[in-house]
Each structure stands twice: as C-alpha cells, then as structure tokens.
Design a protein around this ligand. Structure first.
Ligand code: 5GP
Length: 212
C-alpha cells in the first residue's frame, strides 16, 4: 500500500551544519530522500550552480512566483527572498516520497501550518562559542557579518521549542544518523498509518461478520 510521503523541515543556525547533514543524507540514502531546491534572490556564492543549490532569480521573477501562488512558503532573510517551489513538494508527496526542506524558521512555521503532519527538526551546535568558531573557521564572512549571523541566531533560538526534535551537531556522522533515525521512526507513528489501520479493521470485520 502506498502511503503519502513525509515532509521534513530542517532548520538551524547559520553555521550549525544543516547543509552538511543534508548532503550526507542525500549521498548515503539516495533512494530515500528527495531535496526541495529553493528559489532565492541572493547572488550565488563561488561554486554554487543554478538549479543545484538554488534557483537564483531576480526580485521581479521571485515576486511573480509569489503572485502566481507558485511557492509553498517564502521569507525574507538577511535582505533576500527565499522560497520553496510548490510543485516539486506536492509531486514528491503524491509519490509517497520523503521530501526534505532546508529552510529558516519563519518558513518552517508556514510549512507546519500548511502540512500539520510535517516533521520539524532543528540543528544546533553544542554551544554558542562553537557556533562562532565554526563561522570564523569558514573564512567566508567578515567579523561584522559573523556578528550579524550570531544576532539572527539569538532571535531564532526563541523559536527552537516550536520544533518537534532538536539535534545537537557535535559529530557530523552522529547527527546524520540521528536525523535519519528520527525520520524513519516518525513514519511508523499511528497517526501516519491510518490507511493501514483502516485496512486491518475492514479485513477483521469480514471475519467478525462471518463472511470469511
Ligand atoms: P543561505 O543564503 O546561507 O544559503 O541561506 C540563508 C537561510 O535561508 C538559511 O537559513 C536557509 O536554510 C534559508 N532558506 C533556504 N531556502 C529557503 C526557502 O526556500 N525558504 C525559507 N523560508 N528559507 C530558506
């Protein structure tokens, strides 16, 4: 019996390692997970490719997508638009696949409203100091940008308790397994298996009625 797919949202502070966790999940379980590629108005970073990391576009094109209702959710983050194209997510769910969204907190809460059964995971490093060290270690941002990311992280930390599960990313391999285990277990929740419950009830009813 084909069940409906599961939407999993992964959020976390900038520098928490959520992108790396996603990459490992997709590499280690390529038949299990399908990643939604977001649209954004920010400029590509060196090495990023249109259609792989993001669909990079102008503000006008993004606003067109908003107007046409092409986005499942969208948010402004650090002055740029980011949004999840609706079609891909719906297609994956109809095919019974697990679709992963790597999005920030405002968008995550919008997804939860649209799909109350969505699974929300939040990734954090073990400490604020470690978060700062990772941002400094990336060598991609100036000190003032790092401070601004830490300030955003402070604001985001007040929405952590809206998530279903919290992953502390100390060792990447452990974090990847934790996320995989949670998603796997979540699929067996009775609330997600109503079709199976109904099937058993219908079959048992036939015995009870003496039809079998
Ligand atoms: P970055 O510019 O570092 O790639 O992403 C900045 C933030 O935007 C990250 O927290 C990332 O998870 C989030 N983000 C990426 N795509 C989307 C999206 O489609 N919707 C929302 N709401 N946030 C997104």
């Amino acid at each position: 019996m084909k069940s409906k797919g599961l939407v999993t949202v992964l959020s976390g502070f900038s520098g928490a390692g959520k992108g790396t966790i996603m990459k490992h999940l997709l590499e280690e379980y390529p038949d299990t997970y399908f990643l939604s590629i977001s649209a954004t108005t920010r400029t590509p970073r060196p090495g990023e490719q249109n259609g792989r990391e993001y669909f990079f576009m102008s503000e006008a094109d993004f606003e067109n997508m908003i107007e046409n209702n092409d986005l499942l959710e969208y948010a402004k983050f650090n002055g740029n638009y980011y949004g999840t194209p609706k079609d891909y997510v719906e297609e994956m769910l109809d095919e019974g696949k697990n679709v992963l969204l790597e999005i920030e907190v405002q968008g995550a809460l919008q997804v939860k409203k649209i799909y109350p059964e969505a699974l929300l995971l939040f990734v954090t490093p073990p400490s604020a100091e470690e978060l700062k060290n990772r941002l400094v270690g990336r060598q991609t941002d100036d000190p003032d940008v790092i401070l601004s990311r830490l300030s955003i992280a402070y604001d985001e930390s007040h929405l952590m308790d809206k998530y279903d599960y919290l992953i502390v990313n100390s060792e990447i391999e452990d974090a990847v397994e934790e996320v995989h285990t949670i998603i796997n277990a979540e699929r067996y929740r009775t609330a997600r298996r109503t079709e199976m419950i109904e099937k058993m009830q219908n079959e048992l009813l036939q015995y009870k009625k003496g039809d079998k």
